[in-house]
Design a binder for this molecule. Sequence first.
Ligand code: C2E
Ligand code: MG
Ligand code: MG
Ligand code: MG
Length: 287
Amino acid sequence: KAKMDGRGAFRFFEERMNDKLVSRKRMESDLRQAILRDELKLHYQPQVDLNTNEIKGVEALIRWYHQDRGLIGPDEFIGLAEETGLIVSIGEWVIREACRQATEWPDLSFAVNVSPVQFRNGNLVEIVRSALQEEGANPARLELEITEGVLLAQTDQSIDTLLALQAMGVRIAMDDFGTGYSSLSYLRRFPFDKIKIDKSFITGLGTCSDADSIIEAIIGLGASMGMTSNAEGVETADQVDLLRKHGCNEVQGLFFSLPLPSESITELMSDWEWNKKAEPQGNIEKR
Ligand code: C2E
Ligand code: MG
Ligand code: MG
Ligand code: MG
C-alpha cells in the first residue's frame, strides 16, 4: 500500500497541474477553431432611455456555442482569449458582426465591449473604420465600452486611439465604473461620452443609503463633465424609479431583458407592453 509521503503528494499535485494544462490547451485550440466553425454568437441586451421609455440601443455580449460543452459565457473564455492574443481576431469579429446587425435595426445604437489587449495589439481604429464602412453603418451609432485596464498601460497611446475613434464619430463609454482602483482619475484623464455605473452599486439602491448617495454623486459628476450615465444590472421597478429620480439617462438589466439572440430582440421591440415597462411606477412617494 503506497504511503502518501511528500513525494506522493507532489506527484499528485503534478498530475493535477498537468490536467489543468491539458484542458487549457484543449480550450485554447477549441477557441482557435470557434470563429471558423461559426460557434461565436452575439447576444444583445436592450438599453432603455429613461426620458423616452424606449429602447435606444443594445449592448452586444459574446457567447460561445461550443460543439460539446454547449453555451459558454464570456467570463469563461475572454481571459484565455486575452492571454493567448486570440482576443484580437475575436474582437475584430465582434465589431464586424455588431456593425452588420446594426443595419437590421437602423434606429438603435450599438455598444461593443473592447478588451485592453485589442488596444495594444490590434489596429483598432482601422478595424472599426473599415467595419463601419463595409457594413454601411453610421459611426455615431457605435459606442465602444472600455474598462480602466485600457488606460492602465501605455496611457498616451491608448488615449490617442480613443481620441481617433471619437474623431471618427464613435462614442466611448467607461464600463464597470466604480469597481477599479482609480475610476475617478480616469474621468479626468479621458473625455468619456458615457459612464456605466457598475451593477454592484445598483444592487444596493433603495436598501442601502450609501448606494443612493454614491450613485447620485456619480451621475452628477458625469453630467457636470458632459457625460451621460447608464446603470447596469437593473433588476426591479423600484431601481428604475430611483435611478430616474437621481437623473440617470439610461438603464439596462434583467428587469427589462436578459441579453438575447437577435431574433428575440426583434420580437421584443415590436411588443408594445414591453415598451411601456420603463414608465414611472409612481411608487417613490408612497415609500
Ligand atoms: P459587462 O460589459 O459589464 O456586461 C454586463 C454583464 O452583466 C453581462 O454579463 C450581462 O449579461 C450581465 N447582466 C445584464 N443584466 C444583468 C442583471 O440585471 N443582473 C446581473 N446580475 N447581471 C446582468 P456577460 O454577458 O456574462 O458578460 C460578462 C463580461 O464579459 C462583460 O461585462 C464584458 O466585460 C465581457 N464581454 C462580453 N462580451 C464581450 C466581447 O464581445 N468582447 C470583450 N472583450 N468582452 C466581452
Ligand atoms: Mg459592457
Ligand atoms: Mg459592466
Ligand atoms: Mg465587466
